[in-house]
Design a protein around this ligand. Structure first.
Ligand SMILES: Cc1ncc(COP(=O)(O)O)c(C=O)c1O
Length: 245
């Protein structure tokens, strides 16, 4: 983040931090959401703070807060008939705000509980071919999910492993695709290429993301042990079957 902010500052570019999943996470002691000019946190289901849907935007510069409020409130100013510009109807209902405040109070406990579950996964997968995707040493993640990485040689088995883990009744999901493989992004990029071959814009994401599965981290330590055992059974089962072929 500091490097991104430095590059952007030199070019007059505003930085918007996508902190959708990272409530309470920090980098080198600095909370995420405080690096850029704007930051957005999601409060949608499964997030560390959930209000049902929606989220919150942080902003640094004086004046931007009022503009954001205005845009979220049908383009209106503070007066009832104060129509200033075309806006949206994104205001947060009070009931949702109450849920959000309660989530905020529970956030430190939720982060600590998720870290304990991840520590269980770490111990359970130690010495196996699976590994936890670790955060950099200067980062303190909030562990919205626990990302596990399959060995590179198992990449073609990812979907079979996923299905076998789900069949063990373990909550698992395939991680997000690389941005440049999302069909509408790919076709937009292709238009800009005007017939030239598409550059490999995200080589690391394209190599790594197809190997990553996400496990539930908001579980008790007991459930994390149970889930880890299910994951290992499923992984070993698929590996054994493919070797037997
Ligand atoms: C990294 C990231 N950005 C943005 C979003 C979108 O958040 P929302 O569902 O609140 O629109 C998500 C949702 O999971 C996300 O994980």
């Amino acid at each position: 983040m500091p490097l991104i902010c430095e590059i952007a500052a030199g070019r007059g570019i505003r930085v918007v931090e996508d902190c959708a999943q990272a409530h309470g996470a920090s980098l080198d002691g600095q909370l995420v959401g405080t690096f850029g000019d704007f930051a957005a946190f999601s409060f949608s289901p499964e997030k560390m703070i959930c209000t049902g849907q929606g989220g919150i935007v942080l902003c640094r510069e004086a004046g931007t807060q009022e503009r954001l409020r205005q845009l979220a409130s049908k383009g209106k100013g503070t007066g009832w008939h104060d129509y200033i510009e075309l806006g949206y109807s994104y205001v947060m209902p009070e009931f949702e705000a109450i849920a959000g405040l309660s989530g905020l109070r529970q956030l430190p406990d939720a982060i600590a509980a998720a870290a304990r579950a991840v520590a269980v996964y770490q111990e359970a997968f130690f010495g196996t071919a699976l590994r936890i995707v670790n955060a950099p040493p200067d980062a303190k993640p909030s562990y919205f999910k626990c990302a596990i990485r399959l060995p590179a040689q198992s990449s073609h088995l990812r979907d079979d492993i996923y299905t076998a883990i789900a069949a063990e009744n373990v909550r698992v999901r395939v991680t997000h695709p690389s941005l440049d493989t999302i069909p509408w992004v790919a076709s937009t990029l292709a238009k800009h290429q005007r017939g030239r071959p598409a550059p490999n814009l995200c080589p690391i994401a394209n190599r790594e993301l197809p190997l990553v599965l996400e496990l539930e981290s908001s579980v008790s330590e007991e459930d994390a042990w149970r889930s880890a055992a299910g994951v290992l059974r499923a992984f070993n089962h698929v590996e054994r079957l493919t070797k037997a072929w």
